[in-house]
Design a protein around this ligand. Structure first.
Ligand SMILES: N[C@@H](CCC[C@H](N)C(=O)O)C(=O)O
Length: 269
């Protein structure tokens, strides 16, 4: 079986080609693969009846999830190279996504429409998604405002803060990640709006911890910022591992994510 170690803006993946050999890992095996290969997520590329590929996603704790923006860009590059097409279709549990080239080492993925209903996130009770009431115990950091929430095929809570550096994210992230308001847990973003076209963002990822970039997290932060009038619909997102450009187009309501993809090594196992 072929294995690629790749990253998208520093978000690290072990990607297995399971199109001709079955890949049915246990939770323990996923944890070990993620630890040994220093991967935030483990990905399996499987055959799909109508799309170019089906993508399965596991977080580093072994849980399976339905969306991963940066991995979609990595799988997009592999499929664009393999098929020679201008555009490839990638089916995930959450949605059908499309990937195209956007210049040297850059891939754009159409991430589809954000889901804004409280049941879509999901929340455990009806609440205004522009600012939900999560009470977390006293923390040694400036007071946090109510986070905005949105689903990009996976749940996101986004805090808008004055200075991202003032927050101990590994201490605060887990308190929100598994707060009872989020029955399926949530990814937790800390977004500092620099100007109407630039956001500094760090994300505590559900079941993976603080990563160097989170693609769906960047989409979620831009959607929440634009919805609140803090930015326009297109912005440069500055993450620890690199920049992503997020464009929430008015014409089709879809969120387009563009950013770097890097192949670290490939192997046969
Ligand atoms: N790294 C990802 C998101 C991976 C899944 C996430 N941790 C979750 O549990 O929803 C991205 O680039 O979007």
């Amino acid at each position: 079986m072929k294995l690629w170690k790749m990253n998208g803006a520093g978000n690290a993946f072990a990607i297995f080609d399971a199109r001709s050999t079955a890949f049915t890992p246990t939770t323990e095996q996923i944890r070990k693969i993620a630890a040994d290969l220093k991967a935030d997520q483990v990905i399996a590329m499987e055959r799909d009846a109508t799309k170019d590929v089906f993508m399965r996603i596991w977080n580093s704790d072994g849980s399976e999830v339905s969306a991963c923006g940066n991995a979609t860009r990595c799988v997009g590059l592999l499929m664009l190279d393999e098929t020679g097409k201008d555009r490839v279709t990638i089916q995930t549990e959450a949605d059908m996504l499309r990937a195209t080239r956007a210049g040297e080492g850059l891939i754009t993925v159409d991430m589809g429409s954000p889901q804004m209903g409280w049941e879509d996130i999901p929340l455990s009770e009806k609440m205004d998604v522009r600012g939900v009431d999560v009470k977390i115990g006293p923390i040694d950091a400036p007071i946090l405002s109510r986070p905005a929430v949105v689903s990009m095929g996976n749940p996101h809570a986004v805090f808008f803060v004055k200075d991202v550096a003032a927050y101990d994210i590994p201490a605060i992230g887990p308190l929100v990640e598994w707060h009872p308001l989020f029955p399926k847990g949530t990814n937790v973003g800390f977004a500092q709006v620099i100007d109407r076209e630039t956001i500094r963002l760090r994300v505590w990822e559900r079941a993976a911890g603080l990563t160097r970039a989170c693609g769906t997290g960047a989409c979620a932060a831009l959607v929440c910022a634009a919805r609140a009038g803090l930015t326009g619909r297109k912005a440069r997102m500055i993450l620890d591992g690199g920049d992503l450009t997020i464009d929430w187009r008015e014409s089709d309501d879809h969120v387009y994510m563009t950013g770097p993809v890097e192949l670290e090594f490939e192997a046969e196992i």
